[in-house]
Design a protein around this ligand. Structure first.
Ligand SMILES: [Zn+2]
Ligand SMILES: [Zn+2]
Length: 923
């Protein structure tokens, strides 16, 4: 029979199959809507996958990010939206180039030997072989993305957008080229953005160097002006020494000249308010080509900039006799020479922040170079307005403030990188008239003088320039023509961006700037102007938290606590891992990933599996008895009339309330509330209570009430099927497998993911069912507790005495069978006075006693107590061994030690009780 599920739930056996099926059948493809589609009243739910680097491998952060996106997309899709989740990868300039360079190094080659063209071809080759790895992982994890729309940021059509954006900004006067101090990585040999520089505290020195003062006769006066610096080698490029104008110590030197040691040239003493008289000696050397503050100072005082280092941080010819030395070696030589000349006044220990390249950890060298910049101001203003006016909403809200604060203090954006892999800047320099030609099509001659001696800039664009354009470029911008704009009209602005805090500035902010800037020029479908509200790249941003290890430590390779999601998935199945992440994900709260929880959710999946098997077994038994379940009723929310049995009315009421709660939780990004609500419903209400009660009505014997059996089974199957749809966005594989089985391989849709999400309504009429059931559950729980306390054997069926409010009596009286079955009760005696000597439990609504006289077999009891005592003694001995071991105590985390002490304490109390029990047994 097709619905014969294997006995044991084995995720590996079902997940590969469905993952492959979803991709093959293109189940989540969202084609360009046509005229007819546009009239169907469906809203769009559009979400871009933050494109992972093409070099990437899936880590726990991705897994959380993608689980959240998949839950939301599946839920919106099932709730009737035209849902589109759009995947792709980023060409990741520096990371990818480094990867291929490393490969070349292993072969004993260098990229310079290959030449630019061959190297770029080599990177494409690498991309074709290895570039899809992370998306393959996504496929296996069942991400419900539209694979037909997969992009790569270097694709032809996206490159057209990059070029158009550059040319347009240039034409608008918003892109310029200039010499500026940038953060230079000598290893990667490129400028990197401020965001890519990581600062570490570093123990260094402050060198004090004496600069001889020159008199009017151009000879030394014998006086010195002492400067302090952390990078003495940069003095080779000094062009002045600056002091504060009000600094009394140096007033007599205003307008004088100094002789720059080691280089011999004359440099002026200048005054500037920026100099702090309290730092070092109060006199600072000015090196405009190698320090951002000095650069600004140089600009103010019209000083020249002398660059003394090349791309690899070796001293250039401008550094005199030090030319050719690496910066580290140059420093040693400079200091030694100064010492020999008697010009080193002192060396002090000094702690300061040193910038490192985020990619390769090399110390960054501030350096003057010719770069391309975006004039940020008109773009930033718009991006600020978009958030301030509420067109983009952040969750958690505090990130709006972080964003605005950054955006209000933003500098011009350096968009050029000295790499070979990336979008090459479409600007050509003329050798004849020295002017630039920036063009949409590769030019053959200079636009200004017609000379054919033009050469394209060797720089490429910052990777974030292309990824910042994604929300517009993936939907066809800049080619938005009347025939060609259906995607743009249907899907822009996108609905939501789900991402981590780490790329709020890198990516989120840039998408907002570029998205607002370029889409404004695209009129609305009806020809009207596009407002700022419709220009934003997304209407909401959800910033998700970090996944930490079980001890709340940040995962890091050096700590060795990194959890590989693929390994965990292999062990427990994708569904259990997804559910773990969902059950802990809420706005602003980091997740302490604990495998023990995944084990728990694996058990949850197992529980659902077993419930399904129980259902199918009953469907088969019913078929044998000539009873069939009408499957035409499935797919909607099951309903029950007022005369239906209590458990039927109750489970349907619970299902409605659950669906409503889950909906609301997902609207608020409370994945944890949604997951926990479903968990409690499925495990608690459905399996532990409803199924147990329903068993009473599933009577297939000769002469049983067939209508009652059929009705019970119909509700069971209906509620189960609806529950599967509720669970589907969270556990897509398990629910897909069981759902297909429900329909015996003949389902009404290709996938449960294409059916309707249960629309809950907690209507008033269900209130009585919930109240009655709550009362019943309370009573059963109390009876079970009493039975345990007074030692009634598991299987024994015993009478109870019950005193209850007469108004509530009817609810109990009508459902005696349920109490009898679930609490193993032989008879319910309603009393006003209890028989003497009975142990009782009372609640505000009732008081209950179990009537039972315990018969004990002394020998058996003695043996049992003996065994229990031995067990507890063993636990205590184990705990003592560890707690008395200084080595263990030194290493174990505090919560482990505390836990052990608690465990020992509990065992001791239990042991004392067992010993007393043994003592009190009759001889
Ligand atoms: Zn680097
Ligand atoms: Zn020219």
């Amino acid at each position: 029979m097709p619905h014969d599920l294997p006995k044991a739930y084995d995720p590996t056996a079902i997940e590969d199959h469905w993952a492959e099926y979803w991709v093959r059948e293109k189940l989540f493809a969202q084609p360009t809507p046509n005229e007819e589609d546009r009239l169907d009243g469906k809203s769009s739910f559009v979400i871009l996958l933050p494109p992972p680097n093409v070099t990437g491998r899936l880590h726990m952060g991705h897994m959380l990010n993608q689980t959240e996106m998949d839950i939301l997309t599946r839920w919106r899709r099932m709730s009737g939206s035209r849902a589109l989740w759009l995947p792709g990868t980023d060409h990741a300039g520096i990371a990818t180039q480094m990867m291929v360079e490393r490969q070349l190094t292993e072969e004993g080659k260098k990229r310079q030997e290959l030449g630019r063209e061959a190297f770029v071809e080599r990177v494409w080759e690498w991309k074709r072989h290895y570039g899809g790895a992370i998306l393959d992982q996504m496929r296996r994890l069942g991400a419900s993305v539209d694979w037909d729309r997969e992009y790569f940021t270097m694709d032809e059509r996206l490159s057209v957008a990059v070029r158009e954006a550059f040319v347009r900004l240039y034409e608008q006067g918003l892109i310029y080229r200039g010499a500026y101090i940038v953060n230079w990585c000598p290893r990667c040999q490129t400028a990197i953005s401020d965001l890519e520089v990581i600062y570490d505290e570093h123990k260094g020195h402050l060198w004090e160097i004496k600069y001889p003062v020159i008199g009017d006769d151009r000879k030394g006066t014998g006086e010195f002006l002492t400067v302090a610096t952390t990078r003495p080698e940069t003095m080779l490029g000094d062009v002045a020494v600056a002091v504060h104008p009000a600094d009394e110590r140096y007033k007599h030197l205003h307008g004088k000249k100094l002789r720059l040691p080691l280089m011999g040239r004359e440099i002026p003493v200048i005054t500037d308010d920026w100099v702090s008289p309290d730092f070092g000696t109060g006199a600072v050397k000015v090196t405009p080509a190698h320090d951002p503050n000095d650069f600004a100072l140089g600009q103010r005082h019209h000083l020249p900039s002398i660059s003394i280092m090349d791309d690899t941080a070796h001293i250039k010819a401008e550094g005199g006799k030090y030319a050719g030395l690496d910066r580290v070696l140059a420093r040693k030589h400079v200091v030694a020479d100064l010492e020999e000349l008697g010009l080193l006044a002192g060396i002090k220990d000094h702690i300061h922040n040193v910038g490192h390249c985020d990619r390769c950890k090399t110390v960054v060298e501030p350096r003057l170079s010719l770069q391309w910049f975006i004039k940020i101001q008109p773009l930033a203003d718009k991006a600020i307005a978009a958030v301030k006016e509420g067109h983009i909403k952040f969750t958690p809200e505090m990130y709006a403030k972080t964003y605005l604060n950054w955006m209000e203090n933003i500098h011009d954006w350096c968009i050029s990188r000295q790499l070979w892999w990336g979008h090459r800047i479409p600007a050509w320099q003329c050798a004849t008239c020295h002017k630039l030609t920036v063009a949409r099509e590769d030019p053959s001659k200079c636009a200004h003088c017609g000379s054919e001696k033009i050469e394209q800039s060797t720089d490429v664009l910052d990777t974030w320039f292309s990824s910042g354009l994604l929300p517009v470029s993936v939907f066809g911008w800049p080619n938005i023509t009347p025939e060609n704009r259906a995607d743009f009209d249907a899907f822009y602005p996108t609905s939501l961006l789900v991402t981590g805090f780490d790329i709020l500035f890198f990516w989120v902010a840039r998408m907002i700037m570029l998205g607002c800037w370029f889409s404004t020029d695209v009129p609305m479908k009806d020809g009207s102007a596009r407002s700022l509200a419709d220009s934003v790249p997304f209407r909401e941003v959800y910033i998700h938290a970090l996944v930490r290890d079980a001890n709340r430590e940040k995962m890091s390779k050096t700590k060795g606590n990194v959890i590989d999601p693929i390994e965990i998935v292999k062990q427990y199945g994708t569904d259990a891992v997804r559910f773990t992440l969902a059950s802990m994900a809420s706005p602003g709260t980091d997740i302490a990933f604990n495998v023990a929880r995944t084990e728990g959710y694996r058990a949850f999946a197992n529980k659902i599996w077993n419930a399904a098997r129980f259902m199918f077994m009953n469907i088969d038994r019913a078929a044998d008895a000539g009873i069939t379940v009408d499957k035409a009723l499935l797919g909607a929310m099951p309903a029950a009339g007022p005369d239906a049995p209590l458990e039927t009315r109750w489970i349907i009421a619970e299902l409605n309330a659950t669906a409503e709660k889950v909906d609301q939780a997902l609207v608020n990004y409370r994945f944890d509330d949604a997951a926990n609500t479903i968990y409690q419903f499925f495990w608690g209400s459905f399996c532990d209570w409803y199924l147990e009660i329903a068993k009473l009505s599933l009577d297939f014997s000769e002469g049983a009430d067939k209508v009652r059996t059929r009705d019970a089974l119909t509700t069971l199957v209906g509620a189960f099927e609806a529950s599967l749809r509720l669970l589907s966005p969270f556990m897509p594989f398990l629910t897909e497998e069981i759902w297909h089985a429900v329909y015996d391989g003949n389902p009404p849709a290709k996938s449960i993911a294409l059916t309707r999400f249960p629309q809950g309504a907690s209507s008033e009429s269900d209130k009585t069912a919930i109240e009655e059931m709550t009362l019943l559950q309370g009573l059963i729980v109390e009876i079970r507790a009493l039975r345990k306390e007074i030692g009634v054997e598991e299987k024994a069926v015993v009478p109870i005495e019950l005193r209850i409010d007469p108004q509530l009596k009817a609810a109990i009286g009508g459902n005696l069978a349920i109490i009898e079955r679930l609490a193993r009760v032989s008879e319910v005696q309603f009393v006003n006075e209890f028989s003497a000597g009975l142990a009782k439990h009372s609640t505000p609504q009732f008081e209950v006693a179990v009537v039972y006289e315990r018969k004990i077999d002394v020998a058996t009891e003695r043996a049992k107590l003996g065994k229990d005592i031995a067990n507890q003694e063993k636990i205590i001995a184990n705990a003592d061994r560890q707690l008395n071991n200084p080595g263990f105590l030194a290493k174990a985390p505090e919560h482990i030690v505390e836990g052990l002490k608690k465990q020992r304490n509990e065992a001791q109390q239990l042991l004392d009780k067992l010993r007393r029990d043994l003592h009190s047994l009759p001889e």
